[in-house]
Design a binder for this molecule. Structure first.
Ligand SMILES: CC(C)(COP(=O)(O)OP(=O)(O)OC[C@H]1O[C@@H](n2cnc3c(N)ncnc32)[C@H](O)[C@@H]1OP(=O)(O)O)[C@@H](O)C(=O)NCCC(=O)NCCS
Length: 157
Protein backbone atom coordinates (compact mmCIF):
# COMPACT_ATOMS: atom_id res chain seq x y z
CA UNK A 1 0.00 0.00 0.00
CA UNK A 2 2.82 2.39 0.87
CA UNK A 3 4.47 1.69 -2.50
CA UNK A 4 1.18 2.29 -4.29
CA UNK A 5 0.72 5.63 -2.51
CA UNK A 6 4.25 6.70 -3.42
CA UNK A 7 3.78 5.63 -7.04
CA UNK A 8 0.41 7.39 -7.12
CA UNK A 9 1.62 10.69 -5.66
CA UNK A 10 4.87 10.83 -7.63
CA UNK A 11 3.02 10.09 -10.86
CA UNK A 12 0.41 12.75 -10.22
CA UNK A 13 2.79 15.41 -8.89
CA UNK A 14 6.15 14.87 -10.61
CA UNK A 15 5.29 13.07 -13.86
CA UNK A 16 2.22 15.30 -14.00
CA UNK A 17 4.53 18.24 -14.66
CA UNK A 18 5.12 16.90 -18.17
CA UNK A 19 1.93 15.01 -19.05
CA UNK A 20 -1.79 15.82 -19.00
CA UNK A 21 -4.02 15.19 -15.95
CA UNK A 22 -5.89 12.48 -17.91
CA UNK A 23 -2.66 10.70 -18.76
CA UNK A 24 -1.36 10.64 -15.21
CA UNK A 25 -4.77 9.58 -13.88
CA UNK A 26 -4.59 6.63 -16.22
CA UNK A 27 -1.11 5.67 -15.00
CA UNK A 28 -2.08 6.26 -11.36
CA UNK A 29 -5.83 5.85 -10.83
CA UNK A 30 -7.51 7.02 -7.63
CA UNK A 31 -7.94 3.46 -6.35
CA UNK A 32 -5.10 0.97 -6.06
CA UNK A 33 -4.93 -1.38 -9.03
CA UNK A 34 -6.18 -4.86 -8.01
CA UNK A 35 -2.99 -6.47 -9.31
CA UNK A 36 -0.60 -4.08 -7.54
CA UNK A 37 0.27 -6.12 -4.44
CA UNK A 38 0.80 -9.34 -6.41
CA UNK A 39 2.98 -7.46 -8.83
CA UNK A 40 5.14 -5.97 -6.08
CA UNK A 41 5.44 -9.34 -4.36
CA UNK A 42 6.62 -10.84 -7.62
CA UNK A 43 9.02 -8.08 -8.72
CA UNK A 44 10.41 -7.57 -5.20
CA UNK A 45 11.71 -4.05 -5.88
CA UNK A 46 14.65 -2.32 -4.26
CA UNK A 47 13.27 0.03 -1.61
CA UNK A 48 14.91 3.14 -0.16
CA UNK A 49 13.96 4.06 3.40
CA UNK A 50 14.57 7.10 5.54
CA UNK A 51 13.51 7.12 9.21
CA UNK A 52 11.28 4.09 8.63
CA UNK A 53 9.48 5.71 5.72
CA UNK A 54 9.76 4.53 2.12
CA UNK A 55 11.21 7.28 -0.05
CA UNK A 56 11.72 5.39 -3.29
CA UNK A 57 11.59 2.06 -5.06
CA UNK A 58 12.89 0.55 -8.28
CA UNK A 59 12.33 -2.71 -10.17
CA UNK A 60 14.99 -4.69 -12.04
CA UNK A 61 13.95 -7.62 -14.24
CA UNK A 62 16.32 -10.46 -15.01
CA UNK A 63 16.67 -9.40 -18.67
CA UNK A 64 18.04 -6.02 -17.60
CA UNK A 65 14.77 -4.12 -17.93
CA UNK A 66 14.31 -1.41 -15.32
CA UNK A 67 10.58 -1.00 -14.94
CA UNK A 68 9.08 1.13 -12.17
CA UNK A 69 11.50 3.65 -10.70
CA UNK A 70 9.94 6.19 -8.38
CA UNK A 71 11.15 8.51 -5.64
CA UNK A 72 8.84 10.20 -3.18
CA UNK A 73 7.65 13.57 -4.42
CA UNK A 74 9.04 15.25 -1.29
CA UNK A 75 12.39 13.53 -1.74
CA UNK A 76 13.23 14.56 -5.27
CA UNK A 77 16.81 15.50 -6.12
CA UNK A 78 18.17 14.40 -2.78
CA UNK A 79 20.19 11.42 -3.97
CA UNK A 80 17.56 8.72 -3.41
CA UNK A 81 17.39 7.83 -7.11
CA UNK A 82 21.16 7.61 -7.37
CA UNK A 83 21.29 5.18 -4.41
CA UNK A 84 18.53 3.02 -5.87
CA UNK A 85 20.22 3.02 -9.24
CA UNK A 86 23.55 1.98 -7.72
CA UNK A 87 21.79 -0.96 -6.05
CA UNK A 88 20.30 -1.94 -9.41
CA UNK A 89 23.63 -1.72 -11.19
CA UNK A 90 25.36 -3.75 -8.47
CA UNK A 91 22.67 -6.44 -8.69
CA UNK A 92 22.84 -6.42 -12.50
CA UNK A 93 26.60 -6.95 -12.37
CA UNK A 94 26.15 -9.74 -9.87
CA UNK A 95 23.64 -11.42 -12.21
CA UNK A 96 25.92 -10.96 -15.23
CA UNK A 97 23.49 -8.59 -16.97
CA UNK A 98 25.38 -6.70 -19.69
CA UNK A 99 22.71 -4.22 -20.77
CA UNK A 100 20.27 -2.20 -18.69
CA UNK A 101 17.32 -0.58 -20.45
CA UNK A 102 14.17 1.35 -19.59
CA UNK A 103 11.27 3.28 -21.10
CA UNK A 104 11.87 6.63 -19.53
CA UNK A 105 9.42 9.48 -19.07
CA UNK A 106 10.32 13.04 -20.00
CA UNK A 107 10.67 13.81 -16.29
CA UNK A 108 13.33 11.14 -15.77
CA UNK A 109 15.46 11.49 -18.89
CA UNK A 110 18.07 13.76 -17.31
CA UNK A 111 18.38 11.47 -14.32
CA UNK A 112 19.05 8.42 -16.50
CA UNK A 113 21.50 10.40 -18.63
CA UNK A 114 23.28 11.31 -15.46
CA UNK A 115 23.49 7.61 -14.60
CA UNK A 116 25.22 6.97 -17.95
CA UNK A 117 22.25 5.95 -20.12
CA UNK A 118 21.75 7.04 -23.71
CA UNK A 119 18.55 7.44 -25.69
CA UNK A 120 18.13 4.79 -28.39
CA UNK A 121 14.53 5.51 -29.43
CA UNK A 122 12.22 8.45 -28.90
CA UNK A 123 8.62 7.30 -28.77
CA UNK A 124 5.50 9.42 -29.22
CA UNK A 125 2.41 7.43 -28.34
CA UNK A 126 -1.06 8.93 -28.10
CA UNK A 127 -2.51 8.42 -24.62
CA UNK A 128 -5.84 10.01 -23.67
CA UNK A 129 -5.76 12.13 -26.80
CA UNK A 130 -2.37 13.66 -26.15
CA UNK A 131 1.17 12.74 -27.09
CA UNK A 132 2.91 10.76 -24.37
CA UNK A 133 6.55 11.19 -25.23
CA UNK A 134 9.06 8.84 -23.72
CA UNK A 135 12.49 7.50 -24.44
CA UNK A 136 13.94 4.08 -24.64
CA UNK A 137 17.29 4.38 -22.93
CA UNK A 138 20.07 1.92 -22.31
CA UNK A 139 23.41 1.51 -20.65
CA UNK A 140 26.01 -1.13 -21.33
CA UNK A 141 27.71 -2.45 -18.26
CA UNK A 142 31.35 -3.24 -18.28
CA UNK A 143 31.47 -6.78 -17.01
CA UNK A 144 35.08 -7.20 -17.89
CA UNK A 145 36.56 -8.75 -21.02
CA UNK A 146 34.57 -11.08 -23.25
CA UNK A 147 35.68 -14.67 -22.89
CA UNK A 148 35.55 -16.74 -26.05
CA UNK A 149 36.27 -20.35 -26.94
CA UNK A 150 40.02 -20.93 -27.15
CA UNK A 151 41.44 -20.46 -30.63
CA UNK A 152 44.63 -22.14 -31.77
CA UNK A 153 47.60 -19.84 -31.64
CA UNK A 154 49.31 -19.33 -34.96
CA UNK A 155 52.59 -17.79 -35.90
CA UNK A 156 56.09 -18.50 -34.75
CA UNK A 157 55.62 -18.95 -31.03
C1 LIG B 1 13.75 10.20 -11.94
C2 LIG B 1 13.82 10.08 -10.42
C3 LIG B 1 13.63 8.63 -10.02
C4 LIG B 1 15.21 10.59 -9.98
O1 LIG B 1 15.33 10.44 -8.57
P1 LIG B 1 16.02 11.54 -7.64
O2 LIG B 1 16.19 10.96 -6.27
O3 LIG B 1 15.31 12.83 -7.73
O4 LIG B 1 17.45 11.69 -8.34
P2 LIG B 1 18.86 12.04 -7.63
O5 LIG B 1 18.66 13.12 -6.61
O6 LIG B 1 19.52 10.81 -7.14
O7 LIG B 1 19.66 12.63 -8.88
C5 LIG B 1 20.91 12.12 -9.31
C6 LIG B 1 21.39 12.97 -10.47
O8 LIG B 1 20.52 12.83 -11.59
C7 LIG B 1 20.39 14.10 -12.27
N1 LIG B 1 19.01 14.58 -12.16
C8 LIG B 1 18.03 14.06 -11.40
N2 LIG B 1 16.87 14.72 -11.61
C9 LIG B 1 17.15 15.69 -12.50
C10 LIG B 1 16.38 16.73 -13.11
N3 LIG B 1 15.07 16.86 -12.82
N4 LIG B 1 16.97 17.56 -13.98
C11 LIG B 1 18.29 17.44 -14.27
N5 LIG B 1 19.08 16.46 -13.73
C12 LIG B 1 18.51 15.61 -12.86
C13 LIG B 1 21.36 15.04 -11.57
O9 LIG B 1 22.61 14.93 -12.21
C14 LIG B 1 21.43 14.46 -10.19
O10 LIG B 1 22.60 14.76 -9.50
P3 LIG B 1 22.72 16.19 -8.73
O11 LIG B 1 21.45 16.40 -7.97
O12 LIG B 1 23.93 15.97 -7.84
O13 LIG B 1 22.94 17.21 -9.79
C15 LIG B 1 12.76 10.98 -9.74
O14 LIG B 1 12.84 12.28 -10.25
C16 LIG B 1 11.34 10.52 -9.94
O15 LIG B 1 10.80 9.81 -9.10
N6 LIG B 1 10.69 10.95 -11.05
C17 LIG B 1 9.29 10.64 -11.31
C18 LIG B 1 9.10 9.19 -11.66
C19 LIG B 1 9.74 8.86 -12.98
O16 LIG B 1 9.69 9.60 -13.93
N7 LIG B 1 10.32 7.65 -13.00
C20 LIG B 1 10.94 7.12 -14.13
C21 LIG B 1 10.03 6.19 -14.81
S1 LIG B 1 11.01 5.29 -15.96
Amino acid sequence: MELWQLHHDTTRIIIGQAYTPEQVRRWAPDAMEPWWNDRMAQSNPFVAEQDGKIVGFAELETDGHIDRFYCHHQWQRRGVGRKLYQAIEDEASRLGIRLLFAEVSVTARKFFESMGFEVTVEQNNIVCGAVARNFRMQKRLDSGPDVREPTPLSGGR
